[in-house]
Ligand binder design. Structure first.
Ligand SMILES: O=P(O)(O)OC[C@H](O)CO
Length: 411
């Protein structure tokens, strides 16, 4: 068999499921043998993949998260567009088979799929059912509704609100859900040259001033800006509302100590045009260049295998990442999966909400590094070292410097 490798950035339950997907592919056909290799986090997988490409030791397939899309797509000669690879292998490729939120994020300007959508997610709000019952309140649809119920949740003995990733959930997806422009040049899609962040938007500043005020009142608890800082207190039943990835569902089902449900990431009722769908989160798979025709054929076979409704459904149900094709979604619906597991449908429903002018995606170079600047400044906001306005002035200034540098490296 032809050996191919797949570097990824997933751990925990989701890392186990990657291995199960590879085993299913290997068992389904005799000609290709796929080996998945965990490279740590999403950030580490991207860095490892780029470094390996420079030294000619790249894997066949690299998983790259949303924040790294511009980096990988603009790395000259590093990837073969997924759509070309699949067509060259003799398969048909139908862009419209994919749900709308997925079609644009990893595509080239002409719509060609460069990355192969794989694990797509939405930031959703998980609900501790006991907490809401005890406080006698309903789950909020808007942040105004959250403000109204937060004192009751606190009085009932819970931390009202916690989030898993401040950049993804309360920054990037603040822009998508509230339908506000995130960066110039069509959120960065039209050109890497002279693209500038718009994070000093008064609405975003308002959101973070609210978060700081809620944190001072005990309505929001900042455990940290990163990935896994906050899931545990929710699982332990201390938190009423937790904003996390739909892709955390598979893990949560095994670890939560209380019954939970979920609803959409709230938006501001006061912002005109708000309530659009979120950006897709998660990651896509990129076929790295410089490989033999046999290996590329195996990668194409694997990509094709991944889009089959059965495998999509398996992956969706095992993890909580959304079904990325309409066919897989319909199959899960037909089988009554969402009657049993309504939480699993929240992410896909959120991705199918109305389109907003600014909800399609963003394409920003060095964005993982820009997230690091954000995380540093958010820590300073919640510790009281800086004001929200000063923090966003700094993020915009330093972020724009990174974008300028990226434009030079991308030529
Ligand atoms: O936790 P995930 O995999 O849904 O990813 C969330 C973000 O999109 C990562 O940047």
């Amino acid at each position: 068999a032809t050996n191919i490798t797949w570097w990824h950035g997933m751990g925990g339950r989701n890392g186990e499921v990657i291995n199960e997907v590879a085993q299913k592919f290997n068992a389904a056909q005799p000609s290709c043998a796929l080996t998945p290799v965990s490279k740590g986090t999403y950030e580490e997988a991207l860095a490892a993949g780029i470094a390996a490409f420079r030294s000619g030791e790249q894997p066949n397939i690299l998983q790259v998260f949303d924040a790294g899309a511009a980096t990988i797509i603009n790395a000259k000669g590093a990837v073969v567009p997924a759509e070309d690879l699949i067509k060259d292998a003799g398969y048909k490729f139908d862009r419209n088979a994919f749900i709308p939120g997925v079609r644009y994020f990893y595509a080239a300007a002409d719509g060609k799929f460069v990355g192969m959508p794989f694990n797509s997610s939405a930031p959703i709000m998980y609900i501790n059912s006991e907490a809401l019952k005890k406080a006698g309140v309903e789950a909020p649809k808007t942040w105004e509704e959250f403000e109204a119920i937060a004192p009751k949740l606190k009085d009932a003995g819970y931390i009202p609100l916690v989030q898993s990733q401040l950049t993804w959930e309360f920054t990037e997806n603040f822009f998508s859900r509230n339908n506000i422009q995130f960066a110039t040049n069509n959120n960065g899609y039209d050109s890497v040259v002279d693209t500038k962040l718009k994070v000093t938007d008064p609405n975003l500043i308002m959101m973070f001033e609210k978060l700081k005020a809620w944190s001072d009142e005990g309505y929001f608890k900042y455990y940290g800006a990163g990935w896994n800082d906050n899931q545990k207190p929710f699982e332990e039943g201390k938190v009423a509302l937790w904003v996390g990835s739909s892709g955390s569902f598979g893990g949560l089902k095994k670890t939560a100590t209380m019954p939970f449900s979920a609803t959409f990431l709230p938006y501001w009722g006061s912002i005109k045009g708000a309530g659009a769908h979120s950006f897709i989160g998660g990651a896509a798979l990129f076929a790295m260049s410089g490989k033999s025709a046999e290996e590329n054929k195996c990668v194409a076979d694997f990509f094709q295998f991944l889009t089959s409704p059965e495998i999509q459904k398996f992956y969706h149900q095992a993890t909580g990442y959304v079904a990325i094709t309409e066919a897989a979604y319909e199959l899960a619906k037909k089988e009554g999966y969402y009657d049993k597991e309504p939480v699993a449908e929240v992410g896909i429903k959120q991705l199918k909400l109305k389109d907003g002018e600014w909800s399609k995606g963003y394409r920003l170079g060095f964005y993982p590094q820009i997230r690091e600047i954000m995380e540093r400044e958010y820590g300073r906001i919640f510790s009281g070292e800086t004001s929200v306005k000063d923090a966003f002035d700094t993020i915009e200034r330093q972020g724009n410097q990174l974008l300028e540098r990226f434009a030079k490296t991308a030529g």
